[in-house]
Design a protein around this ligand. Sequence first.
Ligand SMILES: [Zn+2]
Length: 310
Amino acid sequence: MLHIKKSIVFTLSSLALATSLSLPVQANVVASVKPLGFIAAAIADGVTPVDVLLPDGASEHDYALRPSDVKRIKKADLVVWIGPEMEAFMTKPAAELLPAGKNFEIAVMPAVKPLLLKGDDEDHHDDAHDDGAHHHHGEFNMHLWLSPQISRLAVVAMHGKLLELMPESKAKLDANLQRFENELAVTDKHINAQLAPVSNKGYFVFHDAYTYFEKHYGLSPSGHFTVNSEIQPGAQRLNQIRTQLVEQKAVCVFAEPQFRPAVIDAVARGTRVRKGTLDPLGTNISLTKDSYVKFLSQLSGQYASCLNEA
Ligand SMILES: [Zn+2]
């Protein structure tokens, strides 16, 4: 009996030790979606770990937090997200679990507000009869991570915030900010050069995510299938797109890695339009100090590879 007890004690304590060694260090910065994790990782590199809530393949418009996510939010020193009009799933935990000092909400930053672009809510009018649903969209397009300008402002603000939390890491945080700004400037020039030759080619994207990127780089989108990747486009919208494809006013239709709906194939059938893929969330990119510029470069390459072939 004594023997057994001893071995149980031994097993439990070695288990506890193994667990504490093998589990990753608790992330101090938690980001709602992956591109915000990219932004946070650029400034937090070598200072504090960054963790992302939304799993690869999930939609930023339609996610429900798991209990483990709620725990991660509770334990975080800083939670980075856009705001209730983007990540509805964050609204309640942010209000109930986060003191103001830990809540890093990008859409309400004073420097960001004047840069917000109007969202397209045409779908309500065009397709109200088709989908019959009344989904709420805010006034602005909230895919703010697709704006290099807003992302830069977020990194600068995050630098200030982390400096408050970890003043002892000032040298590293300053160096990270400098490196990010340099890399972003170089990448921005490269993307401008890559996309300039295709700037007047028309195309359709699957969901209305890309406005900031398209404005910044002077692209010419013809439209989108849907405002929200979780809502099927209506018949009237599909007819309009089909007409433009037949008249060759657009050269590409872009699906997304997690959304390859049959409607895109159906609408493109029998036309000369090419099919490409745009990834607005950087699904296959891992979190490193360079992941945000990799993400922008990948997106630019995805546009160019389809639009260039015309
Ligand atoms: Zn979206």
